[in-house]
Design a protein around this ligand. Structure first.
Ligand SMILES: N[C@@H](CCC(=O)N[C@@H](CS)C(=O)NCC(=O)O)C(=O)O
Length: 238
């Protein structure tokens, strides 16, 4: 059955974490708002619906009659149905745990350019954004990516991916986090990269997966931009 991804148009955003999983698995899906003329109306209708399991915000996924919101919950579901997570129940939760940590990092990236209010313009919170950016660059990037570096340094994983022998949705998401941080904070990332050789190698390995490589070259892949989560404002890169 064709899966339906609902996400805002014009930016990769959090929808990209879901797209990467769908693309790696070669799953049939439509990116509803981008691909269909009435997609935005359908998204708004679901957001306003009084149903029993409403999504809080995009991205959300429609699989048959079920609607799933929250990036990590969507990926937990797709991990099972698209074979992008280990079968072992504990390892499955481990992959989910790593994904939730990426979700935390993504929320912090967004808070860098919106430290006061999500509803206010960046231009109205620039001094606070500068302060938030310094702490994020100096403390949080190395803390988040250093945690993944440590995981990748442990050979008990039993394979080259975060959870062992097979690529999981957390590997795909870590790739996108690295790409996003490189776009938003190129100077800071250049400084941190020498301390993160395994994370960088993993990002390269994801980029080279045949389905991902094909996707990245396709028009389906949206470029990072200043409407998204990973925004490049030179003044926030130190
Ligand atoms: N934790 C949620 C966050 C969802 C979220 O914040 N979505 C954004 C777009 S990327 C949105 O539309 N937010 C509206 C709002 O928070 O009011 C997830 O990971 O899916």
């Amino acid at each position: 059955m064709t899966l339906q991804l609902y996400y805002w148009p014009g930016l990769p955003g959090r929808g990209e974490f879901v797209r990467l999983a769908l693309e790696q698995a070669g799953a049939p899906y439509v990116d509803l708002v981008r691909d269909t003329p009435k997609g935005m109306a359908a998204l708004m209708e679901i957001m306003e619906d009084e149903g029993a399991t409403p999504p809080f915000a995009p991205p959300f996924l429609k699989d048959g009659k079920h609607i799933i919101g929250q990036t990590a919950a969507i990926l937990l579901h797709l991990g099972d149905t698209l074979n992008l997570t280990p079968r072992d129940p504990f390892k499955r939760i481990w992959v989910h745990q790593m994904q939730l940590t990426i979700v935390d990092a993504v929320a912090e990236v967004h808070n860098v350019h919106h430290p006061i209010a999500v509803s206010a313009y960046y231009e109205d919170q620039k001094p606070e954004a500068r302060r938030a950016a310094k702490a994020f660059r100096d403390e949080r990037i190395p803390k988040f990516l250093g945690w993944f570096e440590r995981i990748l340094g442990n050979d008990e994983r039993g394979g080259k991916w975060l959870a062992g022998r097979s690529v999981s949705y957390a590997d795909l998401s870590l790739f996108h986090l690295v790409e996003g941080l490189r776009y938003a904070f190129p100077k800071a990332m250049k400084r941190h990269q020498p301390e993160l050789p395994r994370v960088m190698a993993l990002a390269d390995a994801v980029r080279d997966l045949p389905n991902i490589a094909a996707y990245l070259k396709s028009p389906r892949r949206l470029a990072f931009n200043e409407d998204g989560i990973f925004r490049h404002y030179p003044e926030l890169d130190g």
